[in-house]
Design a protein around this ligand. Sequence first.
Ligand SMILES: Nc1ncnc2c1ncn2[C@@H]1O[C@H](COP(=O)(O)OP(=O)(O)O)[C@@H](O)[C@H]1O
Ligand SMILES: [Mg+2]
Length: 265
Amino acid sequence: MNTTPYTRCRVHPRSYIIKTPFISAHYTYDMNICLRDLNKTYGHGDAKTHVLQSVSLTIDSGQFVSIVGTSGSGKTTMLNIMGGLDTSFTGSVTIGDHQLEKLKESQLARLRNDKFGFIFQQFHLLDHLTALENITLPEFFNRDPKKNIDPTKRAQTLLDQVGLLHKQDAKPTELSGGQKQRVAIARALYNNPKILFCDEPTGSLDRLTGEQIMELFQSLNKEHNLTLIVVTHEEHVAKMASRIIRLEDGKLISDDMVQHHHEEA
Ligand SMILES: Nc1ncnc2c1ncn2[C@@H]1O[C@H](COP(=O)(O)OP(=O)(O)O)[C@@H](O)[C@H]1O
Ligand SMILES: [Mg+2]
């Protein structure tokens, strides 16, 4: 197993917070992800299955990581635990200075809403809403809506970022799979998350479209320092990240940085 430098658990001090309105919220403080001896089981006695076994790793803020493994290896389980969607585990999961197993459900919900974005294989768009309306949905779940934000303008900026401004009035049924996933990505970015958790985001797309979605992730990662965690069972998708973590039967079997050779600029 190739050991990477990402083995320490570093929690950045709060002193990172810079109290000036002129500095983008992206850079206020880091949100490293740190798993320590993560274990998860289902069932009891003879029916007990060990879905995650002693997984420890650190993902630094701003990394683009893929988690690969065959079906049933524990990828979704691990992603859901990191994303604060599943709290029945042992071990510790720290994100930034939040220790997930110590948070109440309301605190977890707040963290998910403010700092995380989620992308799924099946897009989960609402068919009766337009692309633009789907993107403004998170506004309705925000506890304190930001008064200085015009949801329509925010959604248009995001649609532009994913290359779909011209489709703002289209309903999901009028969009291709790749376009639907772009709308879902724009929606996940609505609250300016620090981390995007993506479960098989290219699983319903053809190879080329899937690679285009991964290219969009690459640019979001580079330009906005967004941490990206992409679960996939496809090797060609996995290697478009900059780090590949492999799971087999719930165990971390390798962890490698990827060398990207760009043929020409
Ligand atoms: N609710 C559940 N009850 C029992 N076993 C489950 C449940 N959810 C997942 N599993 C089992 O956990 C293992 C890992 O599942 P999962 O994390 O979904 O894998 P992957 O995403 O890599 O396909 C599988 O063996 C699966 O059958
Ligand atoms: Mg899965």
